[in-house]
Ligand binder design. Structure first.
Ligand SMILES: CC(C)(COP(=O)(O)OP(=O)(O)OC[C@H]1O[C@@H](n2cnc3c(N)ncnc32)[C@H](O)[C@@H]1OP(=O)(O)O)[C@@H](O)C(=O)NCCC(=O)NCCS
Length: 432
């Protein structure tokens, strides 16, 4: 396998770099931890290492050092005006270099070989009550795949620590290959009367998802590729990424680790934000009977703020500019659905809300984030069931977090074990 050969070649160099840092510079102080951070969700504490992505406060996410516009421009594409192959992004995340077309297609070929989902997983999903949340189904399906783990099997048989990454890579490819099939199955089971669509062996990973969803507009294939690329990774501290990393640090395999991550993604503070953005925009349209004027939008935004609520889709914990993931979706919408009334409303919001938030004076970042538009784009193509959006987020997020687990095994990262203290110990600290 091309990918495995490349990883074999580069892993020793990375091992040396991290070993040298740990052995020769282990006492270097990297950060100080403040009381407010301990009591405030460990916000901003530098305590994780990943080379796969980094969030720059001004440029947004960089994948392997490259900005979103660069990634969208340089990854191989099915045609000049199409969105890139997701397989190319997976190569970039895992290997660190932009792939050639052959390399990108080699990942797509691996995924096609591995996308067969065992019947018992489908049967399990069909057995859930019909009102089960799609994220429950998604996490359960991933866990049900666990008996397939190559890592768990090889570990039981006994293998050298330096070999751990190899079965982890197998598991990562096997799992990511199946996720679009599982996600589309859940969609058709819940919302389309169980009328399932089989994968098309001629389509790439992103396009195949669009095909299996049953969306006829072929541009949805491009949106799917774009959506998965944009949601793939966002450093290691967010709940889904950190959960995957933490669980897998116990040498749990990728199925255990990723299903746990999806339980975190299902939380309202993580993966559900995009739904709230959509509801807010739809609320504006309902209030004014269609696309609002700038003045109406201003009023609605102030009403939201004055009632003590946040404006969904705006602000960010780290970013201090418009999220480039928002920009990429905005450009897509401008090209493919400029007249769509929900997008028109989102556009008025973009023109009005940053000034309102600046005037309001609280949010450190008044600009839109990734969630502000993603639901709008799905609505245009008829995927209107917003409970399902988090599942798509999960499919995309799998790319980054599984790449990270492969590397954590390759670099021999140990089990995580931060130290906790008692409230009395914290109180003791202030007495000096
Ligand atoms: C994303 C978010 C959770 C980041 O939170 P954060 O790091 O605490 O942001 P800030 O440091 O800028 O927050 C400072 C204050 O501004 C407020 N603020 C931030 N974004 C706001 C927004 N969009 N609307 C109104 N107020 C906002 C915060 O609630 C906070 O108020 P407080 O001091 O009364 O608690 C926050 O901006 C938010 O709630 N946005 C709306 C929801 C959203 O879009 N979530 C998806 C994120 S990808």
């Amino acid at each position: 396998m091309l990918l495995k050969e490349r990883l074999e070649a580069i892993i020793p160099g990375w091992r040396d770099r991290q070993r040298t840092l740990a052995k020769q510079h282990g006492d270097v102080v990297i950060d100080q931890v403040h009381m407010r951070q301990i009591l405030g969700g460990m916000r901003g504490v530098k305590s994780l290492v990943t080379d796969i992505s980094y969030v720059d406060p001004y440029e947004g996410i960089r994948f392997r050092g490259h900005t979103i516009p660069e990634v969208l421009e340089k990854l191989p594409k099915p045609s000049e005006d199409a969105m890139p192959y997701v397989g190319g992004l997976y190569w970039l995340l895992l290997v660190g270099d932009f792939p050639t077309e052959e390399e990108a297609l080699s990942i797509e070929a691996e995924w096609k070989k591995r996308n067969q989902v065992p019947q018992h997983v489908f049967d399990l999903l069909k057995g859930f009550p019909s009102d089960t949340h799609p994220m429950t189904l998604f996490a359960a399906a991933v866990l049900a795949l666990q008996p397939e783990s190559v890592f768990a099997k090889r570990y039981k048989e006994g293998m050298k620590k330096t070999e751990y990454w190899e079965p982890m890579l197998e598991d990562a490819l096997n799992l990511t290959a199946k996720l679009p099939v599982i996600a589309a199955f859940i969609y058709r089971l819940k919302y389309k009367g169980g009328d399932f669509i089989a994968p098309d062996p001629d389509l790439d990973w992103g396009a195949n998802f669009a095909h299996m969803m049953g969306v006829e507009n072929l541009k949805y294939r491009d949106l799917s590729r774009l959506y998965f690329i944009l949601h793939s990774d966002h450093e290691s501290g967010n709940v889904s990424a950190h959960t995957t990393y933490l669980v897998s640090s116990a040498l749990s395999d990728i199925y255990y680790s990723f299903s746990a991550a999806m339980d975190g993604l299902a939380g309202p503070l993580h993966g559900l934000a995009n739904q709230n953005c959509l509801y807010w925009l739809q609320g504006v349209m309902n209030a004014f009977g269609g696309v609002p004027t700038h003045e109406q939008m201003r009023k609605y935004a102030w009403d939201t703020l004055n009632s003590g609520q946040v404006i969904p889709g705006y602000g960010h914990a780290v970013l201090r500019r418009t999220d480039p993931r928002y920009k990429a979706q905005y450009e897509f919408a401008l090209k493919h659905m400029p007249e769509f009334d929900l997008f028109q409303t989102a556009k008025v919001a973009y023109e009005v809300i940053p000034d309102v938030l600046k005037e309001h004076g609280k949010a450190k970042n008044p600009w839109p984030n990734v969630d502000a538009l993603s639901g709008t784009l799905q609505q245009y193509y008829g995927v209107t069931e917003s409970d399902f959006y988090t599942v798509m987020f999960g499919v995309g997020r799998a790319l980054g977090v599984t790449a990270n687990t492969v590397w954590a095994r390759a670099l021999g990262h140990p089990i995580e074990r931060p130290k906790s203290v008692t409230t009395a110990m914290l109180e003791e600290e202030i007495k000096g």
